[in-house]
Ligand binder design. Structure first.
Ligand code: HXC
Length: 268
């Protein structure tokens, strides 16, 4: 689908996208590139990174992939530094890396709980922390007089309660707290905007194939006011809005992009 945004809205910006090699992260990488940004992607799987980078480069997008796990501070530091070394600066950090699986609270081991908290929440904080010196106004290698921006990937699971996702619900609640607190502290001190996106069910993603019960495609029609699943494109457009100057006064919010699903109830 054609973008409603001008193709230069991220011209000259350098973005780093964790989990940028697949799923929603890859669509964000692609759309950022199509709108003028250089794109560094971080992920654990070399093969996934390599094919994502080739696909981006074939569209004429300056792209590079760095192997790393957001749970390891040394990886986060190395990838942030490598991005700046490669492209000269860092303007946009997108924390799209996430882990998930369905399991009842009774069957979830504390280590399983911790694993998702480590990837989604601690990993997000670690990446933000390592990127701070490059994103802040007047920071290392910053050519722009303003600060950069951060986008965190969230969910709507924790607004109510969600079956078999206690670990992800807790992790995303923590992510939302990070978004608000960093927006306050770093917005005030360093002119960095920090926002989040909470996607609903998005077709053709690892999240959907892992988490969605078989019937979601038909049931979604009954529950979703807009009568359809979202597309990765919908999330990427929200990310473009938040990352570009269109969102320059938006700070500390988590934008729900779910067609109204989380607040809907069956008709009766
Ligand atoms: C129960 C499980 C489990 C499962 C892992 N564990 N999978 N428990 N059911 N299906 C437990 C393990 O038993 C172990 O605890 C602990 O979690 C760590 O497991 P590992 O396999 O060692 O972890 P690791 O190899 O690091 O893999 C991390 C992962 C994996 C999260 C488990 O699924 C992953 O890497 N996923 C990344 C890709 C992904 O999930 N993408 C989808 C994101 S979608 P014990 O006690 O046995 O040691 C998304 C959408 C969110 O995030 C919003 C939804 C609307």
């Amino acid at each position: 689908m054609e973008s409603p945004f001008k193709p230069n809205i991220l011209h000259g910006k350098v973005s780093l996208i964790t989990g940028g090699g697949s799923g929603i992260g890859f669509e964000i990488s692609t759309q950022f590139g199509k709108h003028g940004a250089s794109v560094a992607i971080m992920g654990r799987r070399r093969g996934v990174l390599d094919s994502a980078v080739s696909a981006l480069q074939s569209l004429g997008i300056p792209a590079v992939g760095f192997e790393g796990d957001v749970r390891k501070q040394e990886d986060a530091k190395r990838v942030v530094e490598s991005t700046v070394k490669h492209f000269g600066q860092l303007d946009i950090l997108v924390n799209a890396a996430a882990g998930n699986f369905l399991v009842s609270a009774e069957d979830l081991s504390p280590n399983g709980f911790r694993t998702v908290m480590d990837i989604d929440s601690v990993g997000t904080f670690t990446m933000c922390h390592e990127a701070l010196n490059y994103l802040k106004k007047g920071g290392k290698c910053r050519s722009s007089a303003t600060g950069g921006t951060i986008m965190n990937s969230s969910a709507t699971l924790h607004y109510t309660a969600s079956w078999y996702q206690i670990h992800v619900s807790a992790a995303k609640a923590a992510v939302d707290a990070l978004t608000r607190n960093l927006a306050l502290e770093w917005g005030t001190d360093y002119d960095i905007r920090v926002n989040g996106i909470a996607p609903g069910p998005i077709s053709d993603t690892p999240g959907m194939s892992k988490l969605a019960p078989e019937e979601i495609n038909s049931k979604a029609r009954d529950y979703t006011p807009l009568y359809r699943l979202g597309e990765k494109w919908d999330i990427a457009m929200a990310a473009l809005y938040l990352a570009s100057d269109a969102g320059k006064y938006v700070n500390g919010t988590t934008l729900i992009v779910d067609g109204g699903l989380w607040l809907s109830r069956p008709r009766h």
